[in-house]
Ligand binder design. Structure first.
Ligand code: IDP
Ligand code: MG
Length: 140
């Protein structure tokens, strides 16, 4: 099924000049880049984006990290792109991630793990409009 997912290149990757490296992997995988935007999330916006993690021990730290510098939000489209992107990202902790995945290759810690990716259709339906607006799916 052709679907869409929200990828986010996190502040650690932006500061390490890894935007191009990550986008290159998406293009090589034949994911279609539908929209792309660089922006610096406020603390409130980062809290809203990660609302599902409210109450987790790492929540405060995660919000500080994500709002510490610019991120690049990327709307990807393709066959089974949600799970294919998650597979390409690798496990949350770069030390546990499979060789060749983005996090294994480029991540530095369980927090500073380079990329975010929607993990379900429901997550994508919240995360895509969060960055690109309700009309984003039809805006080509
Ligand atoms: P995911 O990004 O692989 O879906 P989640 O469990 O949804 O992982 O966590 C969201 C983000 O929160 C992670 O990508 C990572 O940046 C951060 N995070 C998750 N678990 C921890 C932790 O145990 N310590 C610090 N940061 C964490
Ligand atoms: Mg997650």
């Amino acid at each position: 099924m052709i679907e869409q997912t929200l990828a986010m290149i996190k502040p650690d990757a932006v500061s390490k000049n890894l935007i191009g490296e990550i986008l290159k992997r998406y293009e090589a995988a034949k994911f279609k880049i539908v929209h792309l935007q660089m922006l610096h999330l406020s603390k409130n916006e980062a809290e809203a984006f990660y609302d599902v993690h409210q109450g987790r021990p790492f929540f405060e730290s995660l919000v500080s990290f994500i709002s510490s510098g610019p991120v690049v939000a990327v709307l990807l489209e393709g066959e089974d792109v949600i799970m294919r992107h998650r597979a390409m990202m690798g496990a949350t902790d770069p030390k546990q991630a499979a060789p060749g995945t983005i996090r294994a290759d480029l991540g530095s810690s369980i927090e500073e793990n380079v990329v975010h990716g929607s993990d379900s259709t429901e997550a994508a339906e919240f995360e895509i409009p969060f960055f690109f607006g309700q009309e984003s799916v039809t805006r080509r």
